[in-house]
Design a protein around this ligand. Structure first.
Ligand SMILES: Nc1nc2c(ncn2[C@@H]2O[C@H](COP(=O)(O)OP(=O)(O)OP(=O)(O)O)[C@@H](O)[C@H]2O)c(=O)[nH]1
Ligand SMILES: [Mg+2]
Length: 536
């Protein structure tokens, strides 16, 4: 059985959006009745949702890849593609979601807490919805955007009122079994408990939860034993109970030094927690200031009872309440459960009145980081343009920004009209202005997106060649006769034209300062070479 099921790395993928459709409506006596290609469906999201019936992250450890459904392509007759299905992953309450850089994306507390961890891609627009008065019969559609893909880490931090801490085999599981209806595994070998067990205790009017966590050994705060796996669970418990084994035969151990060892580990962990130890985040007092109770266990063993009596005063002298019990013989449990109820009650009274109040305070104290929005629901940013040194292309103007990068993903580069549409979008979206301001000139290499996976092309500003190139139908003259040619012919023509321009530019460049401008001819993905068909 894996020991780290309360921390899993999950690979999540939103569904890809379906492509739009290019279609011309046909009717009897009216074979070309305008565009009727529908939009592609949106991809589904991957969502984490708190589910009270889920108590561990075990199932994600077994199958860590989760993807939402794809949107289907649009079709003729104005039919829209079908949206991909969302995938809803149930997680236990107390699951903290982090991205691959360790930033907290969500802290799922509350019965209906949920978060989208991978957004589905937006469906591509069909030629019907791309039609405008300028562009009456678009011969292209937009591609569906890929869904968001990423690795997230889920960590389960048990939410209980009381945490039982102590060395392996101290009797923590035995104690929770004696105090509540929980039936954890109990055995005489260390690290029997790998996943925290939760029990509910009723003492008088107070009802509280108690968590038995895996055993702790020296060095746990540096990850020894089950280390941090264990320590994570005490972060959210209001009261800490030290369970000390008075019958251990291990050399060098006795209740007092065990107590010191565990306290030192808690202090080291608290240090590590840093910001997360902040009461505003946990809603509790910092770990080291939380109330503690000491339990001397195994008093049914004669020697142990003697030892317990012997150390009681020492521990009490440190200001800690002490209870001598036997989890097996079930002695001393009633006093203990009432003493815990009292401290839990006090901790609850000191807490912010409501979860909402806590959330509000927390929000004010630190920015809540939410998953970066991609696709249809996201707020769109402004592009940034800067000259960079491309590893293979030399000096390149790089354009970064959600909008232009999405446009690239939506463009079918085998369709010249779609490329023309992209050029229009870049011009009207202000990217051309930014290029001019950044100092780019016609013929410079421009990269939209990251160095890997971005699209590299030679820039021809529409503002200098623009108006005169716009045909009567609003189509780009660079692709003027698109409707009379096959795809392959169009592509070839386009590349011939680009090559000719490139040759002309090359001459100019040769005269200009050497080595500054580089060759980045025609559209190519990821900085790779030209298309196979180019120059044929
Ligand atoms: N005699 C006696 N034995 C006990 C008592 N409590 C627990 N034990 C025994 O101690 C051993 C370990 O008990 P567990 O409850 O599994 O200990 P634990 O602290 O949960 O151990 P880990 O899960 O490994 O960290 C078992 O053999 C228990 O039967 C007790 O009060 N008296
Ligand atoms: Mg145990």
């Amino acid at each position: 059985m894996p020991s780290f099921i309360d921390r899993v790395v999950l690979h999540v993928a939103g569904g890809d959006g379906g492509d739009g459709c290019t279609s011309i409506h046909r009717e009897k006596f009216k074979p070309l009745a305008g565009p009727d290609g529908g939009d592609g469906g949106h991809g589904g999201d991957v969502i984490l949702a708190v589910d009270p019936r889920t108590t561990t992250l075990l199932s994600y450890h077994r199958s860590p890849h989760r993807s939402a459904g794809k949107g289907t392509p649009g079709m003729g007759d104005w039919r829209r593609g079908v949206d991909g299905k969302d995938v809803i992953l149930p997680v236990p309450e107390g699951t903290v979601v982090k991205d691959d850089e360790g930033r907290v994306l969500a802290d799922l507390v509350g019965a209906d807490a949920r978060v989208v961890v991978a957004q589905g891609g937006t469906g591509g627009r069909g030629n019907f919805s791309l039609a405008s008065s300028k562009r009456r019969a678009p011969g292209f559609h937009l591609l569906g955007e890929p869904g968001q893909v990423r690795d997230i880490t889920l960590e389960l931090k048990t939410i209980a009122d009381v945490a039982l801490v102590g060395y392996p085999s101290a009797g923590k599981s035995s104690l929770i079994a004696a105090m509540s209806a929980a039936r954890p595994k109990i055995a005489d070998y260390p690290f029997t408990t790998l996943v925290p067990n939760l029990g509910v205790v009723e003492a008088g009017q107070t009802r509280y939860t108690i968590a038995d966590v895996p055993g702790l050994i020296p060095g746990a705060s540096e990850g020894k034993g089950l280390g941090l796996e264990f320590l994570r669970h005490i972060e959210r418990c209001a009261v800490i109970v030290h369970v000390l084994d008075c019958a251990t035969l291990e050399p060098g151990r006795d209740p007092l030094s065990d107590l010191d060892t565990i306290e030192a580990e808690l202090a080291a962990y608290s240090e590590r927690l840093g910001d997360d130890n902040d009461p505003l985040f946990t809603g509790r007092v910092p770990l080291m200031e939380r109330p503690r109770v000491v339990v001397l266990n195994k008093a049914d063993v004669p020697d142990a009872a003697e030892l317990a009596e012997f150390v009681t005063d020492d521990i009490a002298a440190r200001g800690l309440p002490v209870f001598t019990i036997s989890a097996v013989a079930r002695t001393g449990l009633r006093e203990l459960s009432f003493a815990l109820a009292e401290r839990v009650g006090a901790a609850r009274a000191a807490q912010p009145a409501s979860a909402a109040e806590l959330a509000q305070q927390r929000e004010a104290a630190r920015p809540v980081i939410r998953p970066a929005a991609v696709g249809r629901r996201g707020k769109e940013d402004i592009a940034v343009v800067r000259p960079i040194n491309h590893p293979t292309e030399g000096r390149v103007y790089q354009v970064r920004g959600e909008r232009p990068e999405r446009w690239i993903l939506q463009t079918d580069f085998s369709n010249n009209e779609a490329i023309g549409y992209l050029a229009d979008r870049l011009a009207t979206g202000g990217v051309e202005d930014l290029l001019v301001r950044a100092g780019a000139r016609a013929g410079d290499a421009v990269l939209i997106g990251a160095i890997d996976g971005g699209v590299l092309f030679t820039w021809e500003p529409t503002m200098t060649t623009g108006a005169e190139l716009l045909g009567a139908r609003g189509t780009d003259m660079r692709v003027e006769d698109y409707h009379r040619r096959t795809n392959a012919e169009r592509r070839t023509r386009y590349h011939e034209r680009m090559d000719a321009k490139e040759a002309a530019r090359q001459e100019l460049r040769d005269e200009a300062a050497e080595g500054i401008w580089t060759d980045a001819s025609s559209w190519s993905r990821g900085g790779g070479g030209d298309d196979e068909e180019a120059g044929s």
